[in-house]
Each structure stands twice: as structure tokens, then as C-alpha cells.
Write a protein that binds this ligand. Sequence first.
Ligand code: NOJ
Length: 750
Amino acid sequence: MINRESKQKEFIKQYYEKRIDDLIGKMTLEEKVGQLVQISPSIFGAFGLTFDETIEKLINGEITPAEFEALERNYREDEIRQGTLGCMGGVHGAEKSNELQKIAVEESRLGIPILFGLDVIHGYRTIFPIPLAEACSFDIEKIKESARIAAKEASAAGLHWTFAPMVDISRDPRWGRVAEGAGEDPYLGSVIAKARVEGFQGESLDNPESILACAKHFAGYGAPDGGRDYNTVDMSLQTLHDVYLPPFKAAAEAGVGTFMSAFNDLNGIPCTVNKYLLTDVLREKFGFNGFVVSDANSIPEVVVHGYAEDNKAASKKALNAGLDMDMSQGTYRNELPELVKEGDILEEVLDEAVRRVLRVKFLLGLFDNPYRTDAKKEEKTLLCKEHLEAARDISRRSIVLLKNENNALPLKKDLKKIAVVGPLAENAAEMLGTWSHTGNPSDVVTIISGIKAAVSTETEILYAEGCKITGEECIDFEGAVRVAKESDVIIAVVGENSDMSGEAASRIDINLPGKQEELLKELRKIGKPLIVVLINGRPLTIPWEAENVDALVEAWQLGTQSGNAIADVLFGDYNPSGKLVATFPYSVGQVPIYYNNPMTGRPAGKIKFTSKYIDGPAEPLYPFGFGLSYTTFKYENLSILSAENKIGDTVAVKVYVTNTGEVSGEEVVQLYVSDVVASRVRPVKELKSFEKVLLQPKECKTIIFKLNTKDLGFHDENMNYVVEPGLFKVYVGTNSKECLEGEFTIVALD
Ligand code: NOJ
């Protein structure tokens, strides 16, 4: 059976390659270049702005989604008719995309279908938690399901391609785009990259409910100097290969159809024109055979980097480096024809890029089925009940309980009066997080609504805004204090605006902005139980909150179902199980801070001359992997079933985990390894496996991890992956700091 299937696949592949050859043979130079062009519709007279500027205003909230949709657009029908536009960004909606597709298929000379792409980052209309939050669930099946639902909705709205997942590792919470990734860990990042690719692309790309995924931003984009977006990245190749590339490799292995190059330069070469990355690593090492798209306008930006004298030189470098498609301004369209005519680009190189794009269009089934949806299907699919339920479920799983003193949580549902205060308590738009312009705030369950739906009809909810998210005005501290004094418990909802994270949203300080902390201090003085719910897109520095409030709930930006999911956790309908995937610094001065740092010769200790600060702790506020539950878990009897192993052997690591509390709960059992002595300095520990288990009260489960010794290596100075014999320590526990310890050795092969 498998054999028959793989033969069939091979046959289809060969059949496509023949059709591609045939098409390329018929294409003019302009038509070929057209396949490498992605442009968005232009907007007529939109406040006198370009399309990209308009998008920026949309993302910043200066233009509402409704205003944006109402703007008159030029959909470039003539270019489609001429066969010089192969891909469009920014077009969505079944009717419009079908209308444009019809022009491409029926009116262009060769009838090559258009590819429609968009940033569908955490849901299309049903908005899921920001990716950073979702990663905290450590729930790989749910993460995959969330991407699948995003694909179903996006494809129903006429899209074929999402510019996701973002798989950039980041160790710098000042960088706004940490919101879009899976945090700081390469192993977890790889597992999640695979799940998201599989969710978007499904089992087969030609399933009309699948969309093409895009691993971005290749590479190193998450490590900009100073945490400032688009800034230069300079790192050793070993760090690149050991830490930043694994999720990209995992995406390639999972069959991702496209990659996006990063804006930044990496060790002096802009990624857009970086042959080492785009060809040597991506195609030769990872065996990727889809196509690579630039980031928006990044080809002309190579000139701004000072790495090419003009757009023509930048285009030549880009195509020759392995960058297939130009996103945004039509630089390839303007420059490539002449470069080919003048012999500066070989026609074979151009043809190869065209082939890669056409291949993906064939794999999506667009030649046989160019209209994959219609308005009816779109209406039925978006925001349907099943999608909302799934969103609520993954949202509550993404919440991380950071503190819960004196069992402040869960709350009883029959309290007389609950004060819900703070600028994010009744807010809908800010729950959606970054990259959610296809969502609609009117779909959002606000926190107040979620709480009202959860409590008894007798319970009174008193609301006061207190202050704004940003700005120095106190607004209504008195009102907040008044309702708080009247109530049994205070729930304060504070955090960031959606546009304080995401692209071009790096922060110099990562504390609670505006007057929010002052508001919390006023509320604390009242002496009633103070529960703080955080809504934010990055780790924050919140030492005062960690010290002073009764309970601290990291709820991130959870999307459409925010209020319901948060209420589920606050009132104990769901026992929180999320764990941090990014370290929470104590102070911004500690950044970059991450759990898997290389071993220093002077680890922080009591004496002065060790690696620490004179004016604050070296330890983070909350470490990677940290998260509490309404129950407690006990770890016992860590044992390693084979003390001596050869490279390639599997090491079985066994541990008993017991739920020692009164309620059932899920625990993410985490396994870390460190290579004690190696030919390069190795991290103090690295996550190598985890398992999320559900335990009933008093239940004990035996967890057996099977570690492949082949996964315990690193890259040497020639970028060869090596596993070195010697002693390895194993740590198993509830977070990266609190672990049981064991050890084993890898012996040299004779
Ligand atoms: C720029 C961003 O860096 C990228 O992630 C996004 O996909 C493109 N713009 C398109 O919107």
C-alpha cells in the first residue's frame, strides 16, 4: 500500500515537472519574472499613503479594519491579464480572490493561477492566542489544531499561503516580535515549528482546506543588537546552528513549502542576499525544495544596508543567492529582465526560481482547482462554533499561573461582589494581540463578559478602568479604589496594548507601562485579595507584582475567546497548566537572559568576583519552564536505565510524578541534559524532551523518556554536527530550575 502510494506520488511529481518544463518553454521573459513578483493591490488616495504605510496604520490601530476594507483599491487586473503578476499579498475574501483568479486563469495567455498570501499568524477570523502564548501550553496537538483551523478559515477566505510560522528564537524580550514565536528554546521551537507547518499544510497541500506555510525569518532575526527590530545580528556560526537554526531545519523536514528571508544582516551579509543561508544551508544542508520569498521591500533595502549600489545590483545578488520571490515593490519586475538580457543573470537561474514557484502552485492543486472556495463556504467556516470552542480550549491552556499565595485562586463563583478594574478589563481590541487585522474586536469575549458568564447570577461585578494602558494620567484611581473597597476580591487587569509587541514594536523598558503599577499599589493598600491578570505580548519586568500581589496570572493576548478562557482559570473550571517559554527578567538590565546559557568559568555565587550584578540579582524573576497549578506535583526516583551508552543508543530516563494536591491537573514534565565536558563550552542545560500529563488527585504516573544520544550534540568549528563521548547530566523537573538530577555516559566507539 505504502509502496503504491509513494509510486503514485512520484508519478505525480514527474507529471508536474513535465508540465512545468512545458510552461517554462512557452513563457516570455516578462511572464517568467511575473511569477517571482508578489505585490499587493495599491490603494487609491488612501490618506495619501502607500499600501505599506496604510498597513502600518492599520496595524497601529490608526485606521480601523472597517475603514481599511472600505478604501478603493486597484487590484492590478491588467497585470494579471498580461501574466506578469504571479502572486498577490493583501487580497482576501472568497469573492474577490475568485474574481481575480478568473482573470488569471481565463484571460492571461498561459492561464497560470495566482497565489494569494497573507499574514495569518494566529488565526484568520477566529483569533487564537499569540504564538508565544500558545507555545506556553506545551500542548503540541492543540497547537497543530490551532494552525489547522487558521488554515481552514484562511482557505475559505480565498487564501493559499500564510506567512507563518515565525520560528525565530529570541532571548530578548525587548524585541517586539517575541510575541510571534515560540520563545527561547531551540528544541521546543523545533517541535512547535513542525506542528504549525503540519497544521497549516495538512496531510496534503492540494486539500482545499490546506494552506502553504512559510518558515520565517531566515535567519537570526530574533537576535538584533539592543533588541531593536531590523537591527544588525552578529553571532558565531555555532550559535546560529545550535540555537537559531534548529526550528528552521525542523520546518524544512516537516515539508514547509516556503521560507522567508530576514530583514537583518547576519555577520555582515544581509539575509536577503545571503548565499550561505539561502543556498548552502537551506537547500544543500536542509534539502529544502520549495521557494524563498523576501521580506517586504527587503531587496531594495540591501542598498540601504550599503551592500549593493542600486536595486539592480541588489536584485542580481538576491536571485543568485537563492531568493526566488520578491515581496512588495516590484523590484525584481523592474530589474530582472535587463539583468537576464545583459547576461548578468543566467536564464537557467531565473528558470529555476520560476520552477520552484510553479511547483508549489501545482502542489497546491491550483492548476486543476484554481477556485478552492466560495462565499457560502467562507460564511459557514469563519468563526463557527467548533473553531470558537477550540480557541477557548487552547487559550486557557496558554495561561501561566505565576503566583498563587494563600490559595487566592481559584475564586468561588458565588462571591457577593467582585471588583474588576484596570484598563484591559473591558477592552476587546487589545485582546487580539499583534497581527490580527483579519479578526474583529466585536467577536471578542472581554474579560468582564467572561467573568459575568462564569459567576452566579447573584454576584455583582463592579468595574472601574482606573487608568489607561499608557500615559501619565491617573484618570480614575478613586473609582477603582471605591469599587475595590466594596468588593470581596479585586481582579486587576493590566498589561500592554496589542501594538506594543509585534513588528517594529521594540521597547526600551519592559515594565507595566503608564500608571498601571501605581494603580496596583493603591489597590494593594486596601488589603483585600488582589488578583492581577496580565495581558501582554512579551515577558515583562514585574518584581513588585511578584512580591506583593496575591495571585499573578499571565494571560498574554489570547484572542477571540480571551474572557471565557481567563474566567475558566480564575474560577477553576480549568486548572492552569501553561509554562513559560521565555525567561522573565528581574530587570531589563539582565537582557539577554535565557536558561540555556553557556557555562561560565565563574558562575554567580556568594563572592564578588563571579558573574553577577552589584545592584540586583543575576537570577531571573521567573525561569524558563515555570508555571504553577492549583494542585502540586511531586517528582521522585529519577533513574537512568542505562549508565553507559554508545552514540546512536537510546537512553531511557524514568521518573515518578504524583499529584499531591486535591484537584486533577496537568503537568509539563521537563527533561534537560548537559554535556559536562566538551570540546566547546556547552550550555548549563538544554531541554531535550517533555511530556504533558494529566494526573488525578493522588495519582502517580511513571514517565519514561527515550533520549536518543544522537540528539545530544552540537556544531564544531566546521559546522559539522558532533556528539562527543563523556559524562552527561540529566535534569527532570517542573521547570528549568527545580529538577531531580541523574547522569549517564556516552562511551567512545572502538
Ligand atoms: C514584514 C514582516 O517582517 C513579515 O513577517 C511579514 O510576513 C511581511 N511584512 C508581510 O506582511
